[in-house]
Design a protein around this ligand. Structure first.
Ligand code: PEP
Ligand code: MG
Length: 584
């Protein structure tokens, strides 16, 4: 195999850096299970292990039911029932016993095979009810496997350094992996703004997404080079290719190091200041925000905390995490976003029933929080208690109407009152709104009268404005980023907010796009929030801009009619200010 020539695949650069290593293939409904041979005398021991794992799973489901059933609809009750039935299904257990005897491999591998074939059979039957039950069996199967392997091995598991090449990755895999062993990440699906890409960036793992059909061409252990700068993946890279890519990596590291050394605020050459803050997904990211000179945390995505937990973190657990984040963000602010599950961030214990056909247009963000008030109140209590640190703000995701913002803030006021009565010491908390639906952008004037600040979530604003699914690699490459329609919406939102003295930040992936920086400076955005590794470069770029020139150049660019022409003009403007920062 090593004699074969290198093969090159183009995708979308999702997280900067270069990684080289043996490819580890991950397909579809995977769980890594080693097929360990056993002696006939070990069969009863293996069955006993399975019984213990089943009991544990049963307890977990009952506990989740007890904790969450309050305030839930009857549909959630039937979800738990369906899961309990799947745990206890005698046909599954009998099939496992038979195969253990005939194949003599460990119970994890047997159980996984049995669940897979059950799910496949059920999905083949033309019956909507059974197809849905197949999903219950699969979910429960995963839980049982985790319990069989012990919590420390739960989820994604790498036992040696490698590059993961997957069709799509579950966020729950990524949040639980050992990042020291993950040299790079390649997925067939996804775009730059899918959450697996965002997480790879925050974990500092080079990533390329949207690489079509690579799984057909790769075998396990084939050497893979991931070039997260150029968005390219090479199978069996030549020595020369590796040396080139590593030189690129060294250049990026040197540039970042040099930029980091110049600390302090980002101010344009003619004196316009911009706050460059960090997006944080996991508590482990926090030391990086100081290292990279972030001006605080502009977006704390709390759902990753929930994804890591079996049933959702308690108030005390959340409080500890938010307090720690507030501490790290000082002397700047920490903006905590309330839970934004849904879309591509699904919590196994918080699944919508009936299953949503189009989760990105379903119960996401504030919609879900307003419906599942128990979860929302617990989170608000934790955020408010963390506010005693003095630098905490919060914001609500996926708002589409003033009424939603008012209802959410009303709950915040109630929760604050409760906490005061309980004797807690609380700080001031400004309450903002994310502008990430076209509806919110079009009602920015009204929302600005209610909210203390805006944070524009360009990832969703772009997907909903252009009707481009952020997970769909094929369609996301059809349009250039930025598209003029989105730029116009952003311009309008900033203008409305400024009229009322409300600060605006940008927290989607566009915030770190150097081609757009002159645009953000020109329209007067106060803050850009991004993956911390990108901050030093963006700060350097801000210092090279003259705001007056940026305004002139941007006005000319926006006169072009076609979006690719506007993009080309903006690129030229960026090249004028900082050509050396743009080379990949
Ligand atoms: C966004 O939509 O731009 C955003 C920042 O939120 P998320 O990427 O988590 O949806
Ligand atoms: Mg969003």
């Amino acid at each position: 195999m090593s004699g074969r020539a290198e093969e090159c695949f183009a995708g979308t650069a999702a997280a900067p850096g270069v990684g080289v290593g043996p490819g580890l293939i991950v397909r579809g409904d995977h769980e890594f299970v080693r097929r360990r041979l056993i002696e006939p005398s070990q069969i009863s021991e293996e069955l006993e292990r399975l019984q213990i794992a089943l009991l544990k799973t049963r307890e977990e489901i009952l506990q989740a039911k007890a904790e969450l059933v309050r305030g839930w609809s009857q549909a959630s009750d039937s979800l738990f029932e369906a899961h309990l039935l799947a745990v206890e299904d005698p046909t599954i257990l009998e099939a496992v016993r038979r195969r253990l005897e005939s194949e003599k491999i460990c119970v994890e591998a047997v159980y996984q095979d049995v669940i897979r074939s059950f799910v496949e059979q059920m999905q083949r039957i033309d019956d909507a009810y059974l197809r849905e039950r197949a999903l219950d069996v699969r979910d429960v199967g995963k839980r049982v496997l985790r319990n069989l392997r012990g919590d420390e091995n739960a989820g994604f598991c790498l036992d040696k350094p490698g590059v993961v090449v997957a069709d799509a990755l579950l966020l729950s895999d990524l949040v639980s992996l050992d990042r020291r062993l993950l040299l790079g990440l390649v997925t067939e699906e996804g775009s730059q703004t899918c959450h697996a890409a965002i997480l790879a960036q925050s974990l500092n793992i080079p990533a390329v997404v949207g690489v079509h059909d690579i799984l057909d061409q790769i075998e396990d252990q084939t050497e893979v080079l991931v070039d997260g700068f150029a968005g390219v993946v090479i199978l069996r890279p030549s020595e020369e290719r590796k040396a080139q890519a590593q030189a690129e990596q060294a250049r990026f590291v040197a540039l970042t190091r040099a930029a980091r050394e110049k600390r302090g605020p980002a101010v344009t050459a003619d004196g316009q200041q911009m706050r460059i803050s960090a997006n944080v997904e996991l508590p482990e990211d926090l030391p990086l925000i100081r290292e990279n000179g972030a001006d605080g945390v502009g977006l704390y995505r709390t759902e990753f905390l929930f994804l890591r937990s079996e049933r959702g973190p308690s108030e005390e657990e959340q409080l500890a995490v938010y307090r720690e984040a507030a501490e790290w963000a000082k002397p700047h602010h920490l903006v905590i976003r309330t839970l934004d599950v849904g879309g591509d961030k699904l919590l196994p214990w918080l699944v919508m029933r009936p299953l949503e056909r189009n989760p990105f247009l379903g119960f996401r963000g504030i919609r879900l929080s307003l419906q599942r008030q128990q979860i929302f109140r617990t989170q608000l209590r934790a955020i408010l208690r963390a506010s005693s640190q003095g630098n905490v703000a919060l914001m609500f995701p996926m708002v589409t109407d003033v009424s939603e913002f008012r209802r959410a803030r009303e709950l915040l006021v109630q929760v604050r009152q409760e906490l005061v009565e309980e004797g807690h010491e609380l700080g001031e908390v400004s309450c903002g709104v994310m502008i990430e639906t076209p509806a919110a952008a079009l009602m920015a004037d009204l929302l600005a009268e209610e909210a203390d600040f805006f944070s524009i979530g360009t990832n969703d604003l772009e997907q909903y404005t252009l009707a481009v699914d952020r997970l769909n690699a094929q369609v996301s490459s059809l349009y250039p980023t930025p598209h003029t329609a989105v730029l116009r919406l952003i311009q309008g939102v900033v203008a409305e907010a400024r009229k009322r003295g409300r600060p605006v930040s940008i927290c989607g992936e566009m915030a770190s796009n150097l081609a757009l920086l002159p645009f953000f400076v020109a329209i007067g955005v106060e803050e850009l929030s991004m993956g911390s590794v990108l901050i030093p470069r963006v700060k350097t770029a801000v210092r090279r801009i003259r705001a007056a020139d940026a305004r002139e150049g941007v006005n000319t660019a926006l006169l072009r009619k076609e979006a690719p022409e506007v993009l080309e003009r903006l690129n030229r403007l960026a090249e004028h200010f900082y050509p050396e920062l743009l080379a990949p």
